[in-house]
Design a protein around this ligand. Structure first.
Ligand code: ATP
Ligand code: MG
Length: 409
């Protein structure tokens, strides 16, 4: 084999009609950035796939790991590049299949370049028969199973050389980074909001993060390091991230002092949303993302979510609204945020929790409950207190780029 080649498949993207080129350019760019520092020779685009050529075989494992975090990829595989000739295809298919352990197999061919003289059925039959004969000759007990094969040997005939591979690696799906616009996520440090952010990022949104901290934390107890670790873990999916850290304790104290106890938590959330909306506007973001899941806790009943969300004009997306906790934890494990969120940290909210939280607040009730507060001043205080941290993913590592102002404890 010459240079190692990875074939990258996308679905959905081709559905986008005239936008197809835009999405493909973004996907190519994301591949380039993900493979930064590895020996990338070139990225080609034969037919409905992208082809990554590396200069150095030793970089293959790292490349495979990094591609797992590129949204927009439906699947990828290390492929053999083969001349367009049936005998050559048969030989390559055998080399590909021989080291694998399996009891049933199938050959699947795809021909996007119709100038190749054999149609898909012929290719599958001829290569399949060749493999079966060789396997039998080697004394291996295998069958052809076209419906549920354990191993599928794939042959693709795009314009240019043919591709043969048997080990397909699932990609994350979704849409390429930076295709869906900017959003700001309310990131608490718990399991949910990091997963909510990731779901939107996987759909191509570029996320900035807002974290509210404080509420009586002692040094070392702060939730800030948890939020920071979460942002670090999510950054490979979008290459750069901003984290806005907002001191919240003083603002909470005002709510505790002047507003009815039963609405406290909902009023904190409203203030968080308002501050996030201001930061989002500054950041040219068009929507806010939060990790609420319908009915998960008292503050997340439908009425409460509506009454809280009513205080901002910017749309608030809650991508976990319909997910069970177990589904959320499953994703958290998969994307690596689970163990970070599982660390104990000092959440800003429980300190001043109401004894009996309102379950079904209305917008009018919350407006009334806020009437004794100087909401604009509180929002201004939050926005003025913000500290911004920036993160960048380069050469396979996330680094903190610069900090504006000093870092909190
Ligand atoms: P999570 O697991 O994300 O903390 P949760 O189930 O604990 O969510 P709540 O604490 O009620 O839910 O918070 C609901 C949502 O409000 C969170 O998912 C998050 O988007 C936002 N939020 C809560 N606390 C904070 C915080 N300290 N900073 C930023 N956003 C927050
Ligand atoms: Mg929480």
């Amino acid at each position: 084999m010459s240079k190692p080649v990875i074939v990258v498949h996308y679905h959905e993207l081709w559905l986008k009609g005239r936008n197809r080129d835009f999405f493909l350019a973004k996907l190519s760019l994301a591949l380039r950035r993900a493979l930064d520092g590895l020996s990338l020779a070139r990225i080609g685009r034969p037919g409905d796939r992208l082809l990554i050529e590396l200069d150095d075989e030793a970089h293959l494992p790292a490349a495979i790991e990094r591609l797992r975090c590129v949204s927009g990829i439906s699947s990828f595989a290390v492929a053999r590049i083969v001349e367009r000739d049936l005998d050559a295809l048969c030989r390559a298919a055998w080399e590909e299949v021989e080291p694998e352990k399996f009891s049933s197999f199938a050959v699947r061919a795809k021909r996007s370049d119709k100038s190749f003289p054999h149609n898909v059925t012929e290719i599958e039959r001829i290569v399949g028969r060749h493999l079966l004969e060789n396997l039998r000759a080697a004394g291996r007990e295998v069958r052809v199973n076209l419906n549920h094969p354990e191993l599928t040997c794939r042959i693709e005939i795009p314009p240019g050389p043919a591709l043969v591979y048997a080990r397909r690696i699932p990609g994350p799906g979704g849409l390429p980074p930076s295709t869906g616009g900017r959003m700001v996520c309310l990131l608490s440090g718990g399991f949910d909001s990091a997963v909510a952010a990731w779901k939107m990022m996987k759909r191509g949104a570029h996320m900035s993060f807002v974290h509210f901290y404080g509420g009586g934390a002692r040094p070392g107890e702060s939730s800030v390091h948890v939020a920071r670790e979460l942002v670090r873990t999510l950054t490979p999916w979008q290459f750069t991230s901003k984290l806005f850290l907002v001191p919240f304790e003083e603002i909470q104290r005002e709510v505790v002092r002047y507003a009815p106890e039963t609405y406290r938590l909902l009023l904190y959330r409203r203030l968080m949303l308002r501050i996030a909306e201001q930061l989002a506007r500054r950041d040219h973001a068009l929507a806010i993302v939060a990790g609420d899941s319908l009915g998960q806790v008292a503050s997340q009943t439908l009425r409460n979510m509506v009454a809280v969300g009513d205080c901002v004009r910017m749309p608030v997306f809650r991508p976990l609204a319909g997910d069970d906790k177990l589904e959320i934890l499953e994703i958290a494990r998969r994307i690596g945020t689970h163990d970070i969120s599982a660390e104990p940290f000092h959440d800003c909210c429980p300190v001043f929790m109401p004894r009996v939280p309102a379950l079904h607040a209305t917008t009018a009730e919350l407006d009334q409950a806020e009437a004794t507060l100087d909401v604009r001043a509180l929002v201004r205080r939050g926005v003025e207190g913000v500290q911004t941290e920036r993160f960048r993913y380069a050469a396979g590592r996330v680094e903190q780029v610069e900090s504006l102002r000093t870092q909190p404890a």
